[in-house]
Design a protein around this ligand. Structure first.
Ligand code: ADP
Ligand code: MG
Length: 596
């Protein structure tokens, strides 16, 4: 899964590996030189070592063995030089790797965000915001650590380890049996633990998700918490979850400590065995002192990478979990259009044909059928939960219809390009969401992309006028450039709804839907907005949803929805005459208004 994010960073990672190989080679020559010097320069054998030895060749550059004995500082200089080159390679490795990892992360963040934006609405409804955010922050950070630290450590350690073993075998094959047996053992032991630990990490992560969800919900719902005096209850709920989360981590840390401790023990044994056998072989004359020193030197050098490898492998289990959690997002299917998606004229009739739909198991809409003639206004009346918003979700193709179909100008919306469909249906939602931007920017969101610059201000002003928002905006010092949302002024429910209406009006779409969007506006302003709209939207096909009869009594046709079914339809007068549900709701509502 991670390969898809490699764009732009692949070359850097390859360069990094190259530096790792070079650095390891420089570092691994040093013990050889030490051993050679001990045996042939200082040692009794005096003249000439094996001429094929790389260390011998390097030292020969500085002079004969006998000469070198007089000038040992030359040997020291060579070792210092090699040490410097190794350090330089390590530095370059770190730099290229850091660059690679950051580029990798940037690509990953961009791709995940773009993908989330194109996931279907139903996906967003199904998944908790807190959980998605956690996957995008904490999990991507884990992956970053994986790529920037762990993976590079594995690559570098493996290279170093491979080369070290090669050099050890060349120094003394018999003694190499000890590390050759111990190293795979340590790694296998790590892998075993790694498997065990993965499950615990998953549990920890899930519980962290629950914890951040509680916190997030309390932050967004802070008013409700205060209003109902639920602070103590929420605190206790948080504390309980926090306790659970903490004890899971403690258990995990204990597990990890045992793992690391055992690793230390095995490494200690490895050193001991080499000392015992190596010394014995030296005494028996099977190897020279220089070779033993070289070998011990190498063995000390590999202990650290092996331990690191073990540790990193165990840490990588966490990345495995995080990668899985990100993969869940990345592998979720994007919203797709039919192969030959159409972009028909949207000025025709909207036809709901026996539309049925269920969110889960029980029917939220049952065989709903009615037509909104082009250019007319259709009212939909129904109590809360009767399925009005659901019907509009289906019209906007946020969910696929269960059975039946919806057509616009005779074309099934399932065949229409989603972007074309939504561009042409301007929808005001019951609970409008405003971005933390200026009022102007919030309204301009509705403007089609091809709006000419000089038109923008005029259209925004016109929309503000129709939505009865002018007075409100004039009341702010900065007018249209006032910030709304978390960092700016807080608008009332009715003001927000009117801003959302303005945002929809600038869209200039042939179909307009007002989903309970005047519910928080007083009846007088409601009427004013409707009249202004009527003027402006002549020829626009309009769907007006409300539970308030006065809002939609002037519509050309009214459909009454109850528990997901159409119970009656007709004009205001026809429905009153019928004396059914509509008439009784009308009686109740007018009675209330008379009382007021
Ligand atoms: N995302 C959802 N998942 C499951 N059920 C839902 C969802 N949204 C709405 N419902 C249910 O569908 C029914 C109709 O809801 P809705 O269309 O919002 O009603 P209305 O807009 O008429 O008030 C309700 O019973 C509601 O509980
Ligand atoms: Mg609704």
């Amino acid at each position: 899964m991670l390969f898809r994010f490699l764009r732009g960073s692949k070359a850097l990672f390859i360069l990094g590996v190259l530096f790792a190989v070079l650095g390891s080679l420089f570092e691994l020559i040093i013990p050889r030189i030490t051993g050679y010097t001990l045996d042939f320069v200082i040692g009794s054998s005096g003249s000439g070592g094996p001429s094929s030895s790389l260390a011998g060749k390097l030292l020969a550059l500085f002079g004969e063995n006998t000469e070198l004995r007089e000038h040992l500082f030359a040997v020291a200089l060579l070792i210092a030089l090699l040490g410097f080159l190794a350090a330089l390679c390590k530095y370059l490795f770190r730099v290229t790797n850091a660059k690679g990892a950051e580029t990798f992360m940037m690509t990953m963040r961009n791709q995940i965000f773009a993908h989330i934006e194109s996931l279907p609405f139903s996906w967003h409804m199904k998944n908790h915001t807190g959980d998605i955010i956690q996957r995008c922050t904490s999990d991507t950070n884990t992956v970053k650590r994986f790529v920037a630290d762990q993976l590079t450590t594995v690559v570098r350690s493996s290279i170093f380890l491979g080369l070290s073993l090669f050099f050890m075998i060349r120094t003394n094959l018999k003694l190499s049996i000890v590390p050759l047996v111990a190293i795979p053992l340590i790694i296998a032991y790590s892998a075993y633990f790694h498997k065990k630990i993965a499950k615990q990490f998953l549990e920890c992560d899930e519980n962290e998700g629950i914890l951040s969800n509680i916190a997030q919900e309390n932050l967004t719902g802070v008013r409700v918490v205060r209003a109902f005096g639920r602070e103590k209850y929420e605190q206790e709920k948080f504390a309980k979850q926090n306790q659970k989360y903490t004890s899971l981590w403690i258990r995990l840390c204990m597990f990890l400590s045992a793992f690391w401790g055992t690793g230390d023990l095995i490494s200690g044994l490895q050193i001991m065995l080499i000392l015992v056998f190596g010394t014995k072989m030296c005494v028996m004359g099977e190897m020279t002192t220089g070779e033993l020193i070289t070998f011990i030197y190498y063995n000390a050098m590999v202990i650290w990478p092996v331990r690191m490898l073990g540790r990193v492998i165990s840490e990588m289990s966490k990345a495995g979990v995080a990668i899985g959690r990100i993969a869940y997002i990345v592998n979720s299917e994007e919203e797709a259009d039919a192969k030959a998606a159409l972009t028909p004229d949207m000025n025709g009739d909207i036809d709901f044909q026996d539309v049925s739909f269920a969110y889960t198991d029980h029917d939220n809409l049952q065989k709903v059928g009615f037509t909104v003639k082009a250019g007319t206004t259709c009212g939909i009346l129904g109590s809360t939960g009767s399925g009005k918003s659901t019907l509009m979700h289906l019209l906007d193709r946020l969910y696929p219809v269960g059975s039946g179909k919806i057509t616009i100008s005779g074309v099934d919306i399932a065949d229409i390009k989603a972007s074309h469909l939504r561009k042409n249906i301007a929808m005001v939602l019951q609970e409008p969401f405003l971005f933390s931007r200026t009022i102007r920017e919030n309204i301009a969101m509705g403007l089609p992309e091809d709006t000419p610059e000089e038109e923008i201000d005029r259209r925004i002003d016109e929309a503000v006028e129709i939505a009865c928002l002018k007075e409100t905006i004039d009341g702010f010092d900065k007018g249209l450039d006032t910030f709304v949302g978390e960092r700016g002024v807080t608008l009332s429910g009715g003001q927000k709804q009117r801003l959302a209406i303005a945002r929809t009006i600038v869209q200039n779409a042939p179909i307009m839907v007002f989903d309970d969007s005047l519910s928080a506006v007083d009846t007088e302003t409601d009427a004013k907005i409707r009249n202004a709209l009527l003027e402006r939207t002549k020829g626009t096909t309009t769907i007006l949803i409300s539970h308030r009869i006065t809002t939609l009594m002037h519509a050309d046709r009214i459909v009454v929805l109850d528990k997901g079914k159409i119970v009656e339809s007709g004009t205001h007068e026809e429905l009153l005459k019928k004396g059914g549900l509509y008439a009784s709701i009308y009686d109740i509502q007018t009675l209330k208004e008379d009382e007021q």
